[in-house]
Ligand binder design. Structure first.
Ligand SMILES: Cc1ncc(COP(=O)(O)O)c(C=O)c1O
Length: 475
């Protein structure tokens, strides 16, 4: 494709995306397809002929769009918001169009330096001190894995340079809670700690936050048993109920025992753009690493996960490789982001964050976050004020965990009722929420925060829920 052909095809594509975004509200929220439906529409072998972009756009419309659960739909309340602001989409397109190669500072100085600039802007915008330096990872999962690998090496006096964990005399232990995201377990396992050395510390039954007393006890027990407490992952905004672990108190324990503290604020990090929400991560300055995802609630299109550390030298010591073909005369003066994480090649992700911040503006983003918090509080008030409805956890931000508990329905019967009404709504395509378990019983998470979701949509959701439940056989 020549640049001129690209220009014409690109205009068609941008028009198509703009029309698509305008039409989202008329589409079903949940993909209305069965397994295999999308695949069946494709030939089993690549067609011998080439296609014009118009033909592919028709196929996008007729084959791909029906297979998309519309997370940009204003009636999407599932999982967590995964906003993809159009300003950031432009930045992402710019990144693709530039076709840069990020393997060293020299391979694209601008890629490195714009990343440094936007990470520092984001640091300032979330109230972090200049002790932190950041980079952009694809996901919070990668960030947590990186943190746990650095913690492992710090605690084992760089065992990777000897026999690795296999030759360590004491097992290294990681602490988190069962409320933490599944990526924390995955990271601990991938970083070689082993399931036996991952402790889920008890949580407060009300707030679901990590119990500091239980953490202290577990660490002391492990020390007494000759094990090596190595890392704690504190959640600020857990996935299930947005639980917030007490970072300041956890940091005190971590620092006392020289344990690495990683703060996973994948979702709630967006809220730290609001000064009034920052008490939620009070004590964060005492942590060793932090990750959060602008690609969630804030709305910089996936993938864009910020990872901050205080001791970059340690990170570099664990992650660095320096083959001759990547060396240059300025290596002592520049950041090599390949030494701050796992991949060598990186995309120019900073562009989407830059475009998002500069085109939409931080004040508009903040206003939207505040709107969502207000909408969540309003929604929780309606639920609490209605007979036989429960709000099951504190509403710390924009997610409300609810259950309809009609008299006489308990345990399995209550579970069946919950799953029936939520699945009915999800299957209808009118709205989408996530069913999730709390203490082994099903509940429904209403996660408010899609860019286009206004109070009108939240009111419509509450009406839809009540109407659906009123027609349920058990009521
Ligand atoms: C609290 C929390 N941590 C980590 C993650 C993992 O995020 P990612 O998809 O960026 O790996 C999620 C995802 O929803 C999350 O909610």
């Amino acid at each position: 494709m020549t640049p001129e052909e690209f220009r014409s095809a690109g205009h068609q594509l941008i028009d198509w995306i703009a029309d698509y975004r305008q039409a989202i509200e008329q589409m079903p929220v949940r993909a209305q397809v069965e397994p295999g439906d999308v695949r069946r529409n494709f030939p089993t072998e690549l067609p011998a002929t080439t296609a014009a972009v118009g033909e592919l756009l028709d196929e996008l419309q007729t084959i791909v769009v029906p297979g998309i659960t519309q997370v940009q739909h204003p009636m999407h309340y599932g999982w967590f918001p995964s906003n993809a602001s159009l300003a950031s989409v432009l930045g992402d397109i710019a990144s693709s169009g530039l076709g840069t190669l990020g393997i060293s500072w020299e391979s694209c100085p601008a890629l490195t330096e714009v990343e440094t600039v936007v990470c520092d802007w984001m640091r300032q915008l979330t109230g972090l001190s200049d002790a932190w330096q950041g980079t952009i990872h694809d996901t919070a999962s990668t960030a947590c894995l990186t943190a746990l690998m650095v913690a492992r090496e710090q605690a084992s006096d760089f065992s990777q340079n000897r026999g690795g964990l296999q030759s360590e005399p004491s097992a290294l232990v990681v602490y988190s809670t069962a409320e933490a995201h599944s990526s924390i377990t995955k990271s601990a396992l991938l970083a070689g700690y082993g399931q036996d050395n991952l402790r889920f510390i008890d949580v407060d039954p009300e707030t679901r936050a990590m119990s500091v007393a239980a953490l202290r006890f577990a660490i002391e027990q492990d020390l007494a048993n000759g094990l090596k407490p190595t890392a704690i992952v504190a959640s600020v905004g857990s996935t299930g109920v947005t639980a917030v672990d007490p970072v300041a108190k956890i940091a005190e324990i971590a620092n006392h025992h020289n344990i690495w503290l990683h703060v996973d604020a994948a979702m709630a990090g967006s809220a730290m753009l609001l000064p009034e929400c920052r008490p939620l991560w009070e004590g964060v300055e005492l942590a060793d690493s932090i990750s959060w995802n602008p690609h969630k609630w804030m709305g910089t299109i996936l993938d864009c996960s910020l990872f901050y550390v205080r001791n970059t030298q340690l990170l570099i010591r664990v992650m660095s490789t320096n083959p001759s073909y990547l060396q240059s005369s300025v290596d002592d003066e520049v950041i090599q982001y390949r030494d701050w994480g796992i991949p060598l090649g990186r995309r120019f992700r900073a562009l989407k964050l830059w475009f998002h911040l500069r085109i939409d503006g931080i004040e508009a983003i903040r206003q939207r976050l505040r709107r969502d918090i207000d909408n969540a509080r309003w929604f929780a008030e309606q639920v609490e004020a209605t007979e036989h409805w429960q709000v099951l956890a504190p509403v710390n931000l924009q997610t409300v965990c609810i259950r309809h508990e009609p008299p006489g329905l308990n345990n399995e019967a209550l579970d069946a009722h919950t799953l029936r009404w939520v699945n009915q709504i999800n299957q209808s395509g009118d709205a989408f929420m996530s069913a999730s378990q709390l203490d082994g019983r099903w509940m429904v998470r209403v996660s408010i925060g899609v860019e286009s979701t206004t109070r009108k949509h939240v009111e419509a959701l509450w009406q839809l829920i009540q109407h659906t439940v009123s027609r349920s056989p058990e009521k």
